[in-house]
Design a protein. Structure first.
Lengths: 227, 227
DNA sequence: TCCGTACCGTACCGTTCGGTACGGTGTCAA
DNA sequence: TTGACACCGTACCGAACGGTACGGTACGGA
């Protein structure tokens, strides 16, 4: 194995350290084209020749930049995650009850908006399709890049609510996952299966659904909840 | 298009009527072999030549029975669903509160057990991977065959609980989806991504998790819940 | 015995795709 | 002007796969 030492992707070790791996503008153009192909055609639509044609680049450059086809897929996930890089802002240190509730609902709507977006769905489909293959890493990559960001932002939000006296819980992660389940239910899987999910059609529908979910969450974890 | 009128799969219309499509024992053997290939190798492992070799049958028979490769995939989903055919038993008409709670927990453990099983995960991965491709139907098929069965059983259980005075809710489907979300959270997606989910490792872990989820469900929909 | 049916195993074909090689072009620096 | 560099476009190769055709075998009924 020659190990070209191209820009550094899909190395065998890859520790927990994110190791930003910035892409050049040209590479980002190519990855954008790849995302376009993926969204409308699925994984099979990403062929090296097809991507080179769609991005007006040469196959040789693809292999120089990303190593091989799997490297392209991994780079797509890393790139998309780098775009979504949500501002994990502390959102001010103390919010009254009603605006805090609005913060939670805003998080929920953001979550629903991102996860029902075509790019997110396509990348999740890609990672899931590759998950069966041994040693694919794409799933880990997606979880590490995508979910952890959401999780950390949500957990910060929840702990702020607890400090402010709006919420009561022991395990932050557990509370977050409950909120996640109340909001998403099985919508994510159904969306990935191609089903039509009414609650994700319009902003209005999403807002009302999230409001109900947050309402349930407060009945379970609100400061005035029994037990 | 000659339209061989083989055993009747993946026709263009396919109404709501299930239309059982029984398979011959030989065909079931082949589908079982295909499931084995799928579980350990993903979709790419199901090649016509490979399946013929693994099942000791000829490619010609595959095409006679299932039409083409996509027909094999659809048949696999239909076959697996026909195996899981859960007994949607009424479970007796009136259960005291504690045993009814046990019924709910039993349902939850069954749900978790099925969805975390390798065959279910592999088929869901398959359907999701095919969902991007236009006109794939596999997602619809999986939803129709799998989810609807679970959904109808659960809704019957919930309505029995309401009739018995254990639960209070307006929309049965909504209550069911809430229960679903409380139990599964995002475990299904994470499992499909290949992640390690502790709550699905042992029967003990599943039982305790489901017990907590059902507890939360009763706090939201129990007869003694406020509002 | 003969024939039809169902099936297996193998060989074969056309296409697609991943990956490599090569010639040609623009650019920047010496 | 020269050369190094990065890149594009095209051509090419080998392998794998979907799908078809064909010869051979077991069986069951006339």
């Amino acid at each position: 194995m020659d190990h070209h030492h191209h820009n550094a992707h899909h190395d065998a070790d890859m520790e927990g350290a994110p190791l930003d791996e910035a892409f050049t503008p040209r590479q980002e153009e190519v990855l954008e084209a790849a995302l376009g192909l993926l969204v409308e055609g699925g994984e099979r639509a990403i062929t090296t020749a097809g991507l080179a044609r769609a991005a007006n680049c040469s196959k040789e450059s693809l292999y120089k930049w990303f190593g091989d086809r799997d490297g392209v897929l991994a780079a797509m996930i890393a790139y998309q995650a780098s775009k979504v890089r949500v501002a994990v802002g502390g959102s001010g240190p103390q919010r009254p009850a009603d605006t805090y509730r609005a913060d939670l609902e805003g998080f929920g709507v953001d979550l629903l908006t991102v996860l029902s977006g075509p790019a997110s769905l396509a990348l999740n489909r890609l990672a899931i399709g590759q998950a069966s293959r041994e040693g694919s890493r794409l799933g880990d990559l997606l979880v590490a890049r995508g979910r952890r960001a959401v999780s950390s932002r949500a957990k910060a939000l929840l702990e702020a609510g607890r400090r402010a006296g709006h919420l009561r819980f022991e395990d932050t992660l557990d509370a977050f996952e409950t909120l996640y389940g109340l909001i998403l239910r099985d919508m994510h899987v159904r969306l990935m299966l191609g089903e039509h999910v009414p609650a994700t059609n319009s902003d209005r529908a999403m807002a009302t659904h999230v409001a109900r979910a947050v309402d349930q969450f407060f009945r379970l974890y609100g400061a005035d909840a029994q037990s």
